[in-house]
Design a protein around this ligand. Structure first.
Ligand SMILES: Cc1ncc(COP(=O)(O)O)c(C=O)c1O
Length: 457
């Protein structure tokens, strides 16, 4: 079969339902707990923070397929189906017998997969009659995506942007403002959580955990406002399943099935979305692809974290989730892959990892940028630093194939573009990029912040 460089499904071939991986998991993720009572949260209990449909999706572990509302499909069609690309040039440059595919999600203004969930979350908020949303953003892609979605549905948006990213990527702020969002650097003096964090360390570069605390606090204090999160949550993985469903449909058309599926993992949303239908095959015994999460060595929640109940934010105001975590008090070094600087991991992926259905590796950032530059020069797409973690692991796998002669089929998620990451690229090209790997003692300080949850592992 003649396999094209890029396969675009037609609009008619785009999935009309999301797939809820939890419906096929033998062990469900442990329930989210109310931090005051340590009892499982109820759907109604989440209504203060999340809009109602999203609270329902968060706790619904049994509905296997969820219809995508027509209004969401209509906006998806602006930039979807996204292409499935065959990395012919990369294969040639690596001299590998492996077949390398990537699902490219950077083909929209937000520059990443984040738009898939942003549109859904903004839509449900509007449908409920809310007037505004708050959120956090690390790398800036999520804030940009949500700003686009809020502009489309007519909602006000406040974005708390992690300070290090804000300083590394000033134009990200301008893009969000162009779509009408109000952008505040986090930690900020405008919230109690921000003030407390700044009192402890006035020079902190912030973290996603800090920004979440501020965004939740602001939402709770604002009438007609709810908080939305761009990763980690079950609902976000549900929305992102569109990535995997499209990828699988396209690969099926090509008569290909991946031996290895690779994704970068920050909070786990793109990886959870990409692997969803393949993980279903694995869970139902239909196939057994290898699934690999790639995280930064500077923020190694899966490879060096603990599987424990923890807060999703640094200010300790969110519900507790059982996940692989470095502790909500862990502030990662200001590495350049802002979107991967999160202390925890999706409870769904954490459960699957804990139960042995997927593996994880970590990569130092200089090796990641080496892969990013190599990939850009072959495939002509400048990858986001987050996505380049997946490229690194895919290249390593392809190089192993060169050694063994195996013609494996590799699929990885190219989650976004890196055009706002030129400070980081410049640091790498000028040889000024350093690798920071936390010591065991540093990690221990994060683990010391884990809450006591009697009676639960
Ligand atoms: C381009 C890109 N890829 C990956 C990620 C990581 O997030 P997640 O693990 O939720 O997919 C981010 C987060 O900001 C991102 O911007």
């Amino acid at each position: 079969m003649n396999i094209p460089h890029r396969l675009y499904l037609t609009e008619d071939q785009m999935p009309r339902q999301w797939y809820n991986l939890r419906a096929d998991m033998p062990c469900q993720p442990d329930p989210m707990l109310d931090p005051a009572t340590l009892q499982p949260v109820t759907e109604e209990g989440l209504y203060l923070v999340f809009c109602e449909k999203l609270a329902h999706q968060e706790l619904d572990g049994s509905t296997r397929y969820v219809d995508i509302p027509e209004e969401i499909l209509e906006m998806y069609r602006i930039y979807r189906p996204s292409p499935l690309c065959r990395a012919y040039q990369l294969e040639k440059a690596l001299d590998t017998p492996a077949h390398i595919y990537y699902k490219f999600e950077g083909n929209n203004t937000s520059g990443s997969h984040k738009l898939n969930s942003a549109i859904a979350q903004a839509y449900y908020a509007k449908e409920q009659g809310l007037s505004s949303l708050t959120t956090e953003t690390g790398a800036g892609q999520w804030g940009t995506a949500l700003a686009e979605a809020c502009a489309h549905f007519g909602l006000d948006l406040t974005v708390f942007m992690v300070k290090v990213s804000y300083e590394q990527k000033p134009f990200r702020k301008a893009v969000m403002q162009t779509f009408g969002a109000d952008v505040t650097v986090s930690p900020s003096p405008t919230t109690g959580a921000g003030r407390r964090i700044l009192e402890k360390d006035p020079h902190t570069g912030g973290s996603l955990g800090c920004a979440i605390s501020e965004a939740v606090e602001r939402a709770l204090a604002t009438p007609g406002c709810r908080y939305v999160l761009g990763s980690v949550l079950n609902q976000v993985l549900l929305h992102q399943s569109i990535i995997g469903l499209e990828a699988k449909r396209a690969m099926d058309l090509l008569g290909e099935y991946p031996d290895v599926i690779i994704g970068c993992a920050g909070g786990g949303s793109n990886l959870g979305g990409l692997i969803a239908p393949y993980m279903r095959d694995k869970l139902t015994g239909a196939a057994d692809p290898q699934i690999i999460a790639v995280e930064p060595a500077s923020c190694p929640s899966l490879t060096r974290g603990r599987y424990a109940y923890d807060f999703c934010d640094t200010g300790r105001i969110t519900p507790l989730a059982r996940m692989y975590t470095l502790g909500s008090g862990f502030i990662p070094s200001p590495g350049h892959a802002g979107g991967l600087r999160y202390h925890g991991m999706s409870p769904i992926l954490s459960r699957l990892y804990h139960d042995g259905f997927m593996s994880a590796v970590s990569a130092e950032q200089t090796r990641v940028f080496e892969a990013a530059v190599f990939f850009a020069r072959q495939e002509t797409i400048l990858p986001a630093p987050e996505s380049a973690h997946a490229i690194r692991a895919a290249m390593d796998e392809a190089l192993r194939c060169r050694e063994t002669g195996e013609a494996k089929t590799i699929l990885f998620g190219l989650t976004g573009t890196g055009y706002f990451d030129m400070t980081a690229y410049t640091a790498f090209l000028e040889g000024k990029m350093a690798d920071t790997v936390p010591t065991d003692e540093e990690l221990q300080r994060g683990f010391d912040s884990l809450p006591e949850v009697p009676g639960r592992a």
